[in-house]
Design a protein around this ligand. Structure first.
Ligand code: ATP
Length: 651
């Protein structure tokens, strides 16, 4: 390949050019990006160089199996060239390139799932949106922040013809076939008026140094020639290409030679983030197998963290510096899907295929070792008293995902559980929350279990009648309101020898937290209420499993309780919402005979009134725990009748 071919190409669309419309989302994103990212306009350089470097990585990997892709030229590089007069800057690579279909697919649409929802979530406030767009990944389209026209010339290795894509960032782009001797891609930016700075060699060199010093390929620019030197010369000196970045992958360099800025810039470049990382770990592992990992935790969760189809950029696998894949699932468990970075193995064969990697023992070991490093990294943040903010950020952004690890990674369950933080009845506002260790330290006297409640919202959890006795006795309860909580708690049965117990399930046994005297009183109450319990059960029939005297309530008349080993009403609702067929399991109804309403019920002689009253008691218990009534109209009718009777009595 000749380096002159890096010259920017002309831009007028040729005779065979075809017009195409952008996907609606692209149009909207482009407009937003141009406006909200303007104060970070330099990002275009990093994004385009990143893409060029990814294209070189892909070529190097695919070329392992198909040498023809190299077309006899395996010196992989990136060139940047600027033209002051034409006000252009070009980023050129001899990477894998794109076919016509790939260009249409990749530069005309946004494949990320959840894009629509993401765009809808933007506020219109430029500052806030700039952060969000950064989290979305600005990518190729960032070119339009500084350019009013972008031309992409590309030819995939091994293909006969190339394609030119031109757009002004409005609603359309044109495509035409071109001759392109050089494999790879050249992106030429026609800079907007006022953006001339990006045609300055010094400015561009500085950008490369700042953002792309450590990418693993040489980035070349034309030498700067002093015009004065050439003035009188008969044979003026021609500028040659010179490398302007370090060109060695950062993770392969000794830690001692790297500073925080090096790590942060490499992160932003290779992980497509526009903010600095929260923290990282860099390890060279030697022994039975050799590998290096450089793993980062971002500051902010990506917008699609909980989208099951969301593709995280995740961790990339290299073998002896050759990029192999970025299928994050093989390198990190799902619950650490927010981790980004690089793992470079010296032992895996270079010609590994994805199939071989499916069940590879070496890879499993590397993965297990890397997981331990990440957990260690989180642990050190949790212990760091000098910078508590870091762990707080981590817990708030990724705490919910980390919880999934309790289920997914049994081997590390205790380590993960130690890192979780919870809101509790004692400390609703604790940020990031209370650890299980702290909970255990301040357990009430005689308390043996770790109590929790699950609910959809904090308000629902906090005000649940199930908490009454715990409040009275000063027993702390974990308030769990994440969607994953039910699932997590089904798998986490104990911590440090202490059992977990839902406050909404089973017959409540507070163990030694209750005095003998209290237990006696309870027994007496149960005996005295046995008649009433029987009558209510008869009135409610199949709607309830069992009616019993409560142990939990102090202020409310009644509550519902699930079976000790059954599903809580909250989980049943989640599963129903998710479209699962649920057998109708009747809950237990617990009544509080010391409550005046229940006392009033006990004295009700009229059969119909008693039945109506019992139904009301049951239905308000359903509502109090966030449930839905099967027949709300009847509930309202009964309530109105009762209100009328009360007001008549009062009159
Ligand atoms: N220089 C290039 N050579 C080959 N393909 C490229 C090049 N630049 C872009 N592409 C293709 O276009 C796609 C879209 O690029 P874009 O930068 O918008 O997104 P991305 O790199 O996938 O993700 P991100 O938004 O995080 O940057 C890339 O995934 C790649 O397939």
């Amino acid at each position: 390949m000749s380096e002159e071919q890096a010259q920017p190409q002309g831009t007028s669309a040729g005779a065979n050019a075809e017009k195409h419309g952008f996907q609606a989302e692209v149009k909207q994103l482009l407009q937003l990006m141009i406006h909200s990212m303007y104060s970070n306009k330099e990002v275009f350089a990093r994004e385009l160089i990143s893409n060029a470097s990814d294209a070189l990585d892909t070529l190097r990997f695919e070329g392992l199996k198909n040498d023809a892709l190299f077309e006899g030229d395996s010196e992989l590089q990136i060139w940047i060239e600027q033209d002051k007069d034409a006000r252009t800057v070009s980023i050129c690579d001899n990477g894998i390139g794109m076919t016509r279909d790939q260009v249409m697919d990749r530069l005309g649409t946004i494949a990320k799932s959840g894009t629509r929802a993401f765009l809808d979530s933007l506020s219109g406030d430029e500052k806030k949106d700039a952060k969000l767009i950064g989290q979305f990944g600005v990518g190729f389209y960032s070119a339009f922040i500084v350019a009013d026209e972008v031309v992409v010339d590309t030819r995939r290795g091994g293909e006969a013809t190339g394609v030119r894509w031109i757009s002004d960032g409005g609603g359309e782009y044109t495509l035409e076939e071109i001759d392109k001797p050089q494999r790879g891609t050249t992106v030429t930016l026609h800079l907007r008026e006022g953006e001339e700075e990006f045609t300055e060699s010094q400015r561009l060199r500085h950008l490369v140094k700042t953002y792309s010093d450590h990418i693993g390929f040489p980035i070349k620019m034309l030498e700067e020639i002093d015009e004065a030197d050439n003035e009188d010369d008969e044979a003026p000196k021609e500028a040659g290409w010179e490398q302007v970045n370090r060109g060695a992958p950062l993770w392969a360099e000794p830690k001692a030679t790297l500073n925080d800025e090096d790590y942060a810039e490499f992160y932003k470049h290779s992980c497509h983030d526009y903010e600095d990382p929260l923290t990282w770990t860099h390890n060279k592992v030697e022994g039975s197998q050799e590998y290096t990992n450089l793993l980062y935790i971002p500051k902010r969760a990506p917008f699609d963290l909980f989208d099951p189809n969301g593709k995280a950029h995740g961790v990339k696998l290299y073998v002896q510096r050759v990029f192999i894949m970025d299928d994050a699932d093989k390198l990190m468990p799902r619950y650490l899907r927010f981790v980004k970075g690089v793992i470079d193995s010296n032992d895996l064969p270079l010609n590994v295929s994805r199939e071989i990697l499916q069940n590879n023992r070496l890879l499993d070991k590397i993965r297990a070792g890397s997981v331990k490093k990440v957990l260690g990294l989180i642990e050190s943040m949790a212990k760091d008293e000098e910078e508590p903010e870091k762990f707080k950020t981590f817990a708030n952004e990724f705490g919910t995902v980390l919880k999934e690890g309790v289920v997914e990674d049994y081997e590390n369950q205790a380590r993960i559980a130690k890192l979780l933080r919870f809101k509790t009845t004692t400390d609703e506002t604790a940020d990031p929350g209370v650890s299980l260790d702290t909970y255990i330290e301040r357990m009430a006297e005689g308390q043996e279990k770790i109590y929790y409640i699950t609910a959809d919202t904090m308000a629902e959890a906090k005000h649940s009648p199930h908490l009454e006795i715990f409040k009275k006795k000063g027993i702390e309860v974990l308030l769990l309101t994440d969607r994953v909580d039910e699932w997590v708690m089904a798998h986490m049965t104990e911590y440090e020898g202490k059992e977990f117990a839902s406050v909404a399930k089973g017959a409540l046994d507070l163990g030694d937290a209750e005095s003998e005297e209290e237990k006696e009183q309870q027994k007496k109450l149960e005996e005295e209420s046995s008649d009433l319990v029987g009558r209510i059960k008869e009135a409610l029939g199949e709607r309830v499993n069992e009616v019993r005297v409560t142990h939990r309530l102090t202020d409310s008349p009644a509550c519902l309780v699930a079976d000790e080993h059954g599903m809580s009403a909250h989980l049943e609702r989640i599963l129903k919402e998710a479209g699962q067929e649920m057998p109708n399991t009747a809950p237990h109804l617990e009544i509080n005979p010391t409550h005046p309403l229940v006392d009033r019920l006990a004295n009700e002689q009229g059969e119909t009134e008693f039945a109506d009253f019992s139904q009301m008691l049951f239905e308000q218990a359903v509502l109090a725990e966030g449930g839905e009534l099967e027949d709300p109209a009847t509930f309202v009718r009964r309530m109105n009748q009762m209100l009328l009777a009360v007001s008549r009595g009062a009159a």
